[in-house]
Design a protein around this ligand. Structure first.
Ligand code: HEM
Length: 501
C-alpha cells in the first residue's frame, strides 16, 4: 500500500518536472520566434543558445570575448542577437540607436546584469551603489549628492595630491633606473592609482609603492576577477575545483567592506569631534546615507556599497589606461617623440605641475583618448528594452537587453579607418568628432562620474614619466589584452628605464 503511494508521488513529481521543462522549452521556442528575425550567429544548442561559444571565449587564453563580439559585428552587421537560455541580448553598433538609448534616462540599466553584482558569490559587493543602482530615482539621489566631489572646482584643488602621489612613482622609478631593474609598469601605476583613490576619496594614505603584497590591493584584484567569473559563467560555482577561488573572492569582498566600515567609523568620529574634514567622496557618501534616511544597518550597507563601488570603478580602470598608454608609446617611437617634445616644451624642468600646464598638454590628451579607443578599459554597458524599438530598419521587440560594447564600436573599420593603428591624430581638434561610436566612459545620464578625475590623474602621471625618464619596452613581451573584469595589458608592460639627462 505504502509503496503504491510512493510510486504515485514519484510519478507526479516526475510529471511535474517534465511539464515544467516542457513549458520552459516552449517559452524558449516562443523567444526564438519573437527575436529570430534579427540576424545573429547560429545557436550552439536550442536550450543554451550561444552559451558554449561565449564560455569558450571567457576561458580562452588567446582571445577576448570582445573579439568574438567584434567578429560577429563584422559578419552579422550593426544589430545582432545573442541567446543564452531564456535571456536575449541585442548587440547594437548604430550611432543613432546608441544616441537614442544611451542618452535617455527612460532606458534603465539591465537589472539582470547589474543585480548580479549586488552580491559576489553570495557576499554583498556593489549592492545598490552608483554603478549598480537600477532604479532611476534611487540612482539619481545618490548621483546628485556625489556630484560636488567631482565638480571641476573641487577636482582642480586636488592637483597637488595627484602631484605628490605621482612623485612617489618617480622616486621609485629613479631607484629602479639606478639599479637597472626592469619596471613592470602596470604593477607600479596600479599602486599609484590605488594610493590616489584612497587619499583623494577617503583621506587615507596607504603608500602602496613602498609596500610589498598589500592584502588590500590583492583584494581589489580578486574581486574584479570574481566579478567576471560570477557574471559570465553561471555554472562556475557548481564545480568543486572552483570553490577555493570562490572562498578567496568572498574573503576579499569581506576585507573591502570591513576596511570601509573602519574608515567610515573614523570619519564619523572626526566629524563628531568637530575636526575639519575634506569635502571628499567619503563625506558625500556619509551625506547620501543621511539623506536616504534609512535605519542604521541599511545605512551602513548603503555607504559600504559606494565605498566598494569607488574602488572597483576608479582604480584599475585608470591604471590600465596608463599602462596601455605606456605600451602604445613604447611601440610607436614617432608618437612617443612628439608627446615628449610637447611635455618638455610645456613643463621644462618644472617639478610641480599645475592645472594650467595640464590644459596645455593637448597632444598628450589625444594620446590618452586614442589609448581608450583601442583599449577601452571598461568595455561596455547594458540597457533594458522596455518598449519596442526599430534599429537600423529592424524591429526589436521589448523584453530584452541591449548591449553597447565600446571595444567593438571603437574597432569597427566603418567608424575608425585602419582601426588597429594607434593614431592620436584621430582626436586632433580639426578632425571630425566621432558620432556616438566612441564611448569609453559610457554616455548619457549613466556616464562615468570619474571621467575628469581619471584623465587628470592619467595625464599628470604620464607627463611626469615622459619628462623625467626614457623608457623602452623589454623585447619579446606580449602585447595582448587580458580581460580581468577591466581590460589590461597581459604582459604588465615591462620597461627598461633611464633617467633623462
Ligand atoms: C580610465 C578610467 C575610467 C574609465 C575608462 C571608466 C569607465 C566607466 C564606464 C564605461 C562606466 C559605465 C559603467 C556601466 O555602465 O556599467 C563608468 C561608470 C562610473 N565610473 Fe568610471 N571610469 C574610469 C574612471 C573612474 C574613476 C577614477 C572614478 C571615480 C573616482 C569612476 C567612477 C565611476 C562611477 C561612480 C560610475 C557610475 C556612474 C553612474 O552610473 O552614475 N570612474 N565608468
Amino acid at each position: 500500500m505504502i509503496s503504491e503511494w510512493v510510486l504515485y508521488i514519484v510519478f507526479f513529481l516526475l510529471a511535474a518536472v517534465f511539464t515544467a521543462f516542457l513549458g520552459y522549452c516552449l517559452y524558449i521556442h516562443h523567444l526564438h520566434q519573437k527575436y529570430d528575425h534579427i540576424p545573429g550567429p547560429p545557436r550552439d544548442s536550442f536550450l543554451l543558445g550561444h552559451s558554449s561559444s561565449l564560455t569558450k571565449a571567457v576561458y580562452s587564453d588567446n582571445n577576448l570575448i570582445h573579439d568574438l563580439f567584434l567578429h560577429w559585428a563584422e559578419k552579422y552587421g550593426p544589430v545582432y542577437r545573442i541567446n543564452t537560455l531564456h535571456y536575449v541580448t541585442i548587440m547594437v553598433y548604430c550611432p543613432e540607436a546608441t544616441k537614442t538609448i544611451m542618452m535617455s534616462p527612460k532606458y534603465i540599466k539591465d537589472p539582470f546584469v547589474y543585480k548580479q553584482l549586488f552580491n559576489l558569490f553570495g557576499k554583498r559587493f556593489l549592492g545598490n551603489g552608483l554603478i549598480t543602482a537600477v532604479d532611476h530615482d534611487m540612482w539619481y539621489r545618490q548621483r546628485r549628492i556625489m556630484d560636488p566631489a567631482f565638480s571641476s572646482t573641487y577636482l582642480r584643488s586636488l592637483i597637488s595630491t595627484f602631484d605628490e602621489m605621482s612623485e612617489r612613482l618617480m622616486d621609485k622609478l629613479e631607484e629602479m633606473a639606478n639599479n637597472k631593474t626592469p619596471a613592470v609598469m602596470h604593477d607600479l601605476v596600479n599602486c599609484v592609482t590605488l594610493d590616489v583613490i584612497c587619499k583623494v576619496a577617503f583621506g587615507v594614505d596607504l603608500n602602496l609603492l613602498n609596500q610589498k603584497d598589500s592584502p588590500f590591493q590583492n583584494a581589489v584584484e580578486l574581486c574584479l576577477k570574481g566579478m567576471i567569473l560570477d557574471v559570465r559563467d553561471p555554472f562556475f560555482r557548481l564545480f568543486p575545483k572552483n570553490w577555493k577561488l570562490i572562498q578567496q573572492v568572498r574573503e576579499a569582498t569581506e576585507l573591502l567592506r570591513k576596511t570601509g566600515e573602519k574608515w567610515i567609523q573614523n570619519r564619523k568620529t572626526a566629524v563628531k569631534n568637530g575636526e575639519d574634514v575634506p569635502k571628499d567622496i567619503l563625506t558625500q557618501i556619509l551625506k547620501s546615507a543621511e539623506e536616504e534616511n534609512v535605519n542604521n544597518t541599511q545605512d551602513l550597507e548603503q555607504m559600504l556599497d559606494n565605498f566598494v563601488t569607488f574602488f572597483i570603478a576608479g582604480q584599475e580602470t585608470t591604471a590600465n589606461q596608463l599602462s596601455f598608454a605606456i605600451m602604445a608609446l613604447g611601440r610607436n617611437p614617432e608618437i612617443y617623440k612628439r608627446a615628449k617634445a610637447e611635455v618638455d616644451e610645456v613643463l621644462g624642468t618644472k617639478r610641480e605641475i599645475s592645472n594650467e600646464d595640464l590644459g596645455k598638454l593637448t597632444y598628450l590628451s589625444q594620446v590618452l583618448k586614442e589609448t581608450l579607443r583601442l583599449y577601452p578599459t571598461a568595455p561596455g554597458t547594458n540597457r533594458w528594452l522596455h518598449e519596442d524599438i526599430v534599429i537600423n530598419g529592424i524591429k526589436v521587440p521589448r523584453g530584452c537587453s541591449v548591449m553597447f560594447s565600446s571595444y567593438v564600436s571603437q574597432r569597427l573599420e566603418k567608424f575608425f579607418k585602419d582601426p588597429l593603428k594607434f593614431d592620436p591624430e584621430r582626436f586632433d581638434v580639426n578632425a571630425p568628432k566621432p558620432y556616438y561610436c566612441y564611448y569609453p566612459f559610457s554616455l548619457g545620464p549613466r556616464t562615468c562620474l570619474g571621467q575628469v578625475f581619471a584623465q587628470m590623474e592619467a595625464k599628470l602621471v604620464l607627463a611626469k614619466l615622459l619628462q623625467r625618464f626614457e623608457f623602452s619596452l623589454v623585447p619579446g613581451q606580449s602585447f595582448d589584452i587580458k580581460d580581468n573584469g577591466t581590460l589590461r595589458p597581459k604582459s604588465g608592460v615591462i620597461c627598461n628605464i633611464k633617467q633623462c639627462s
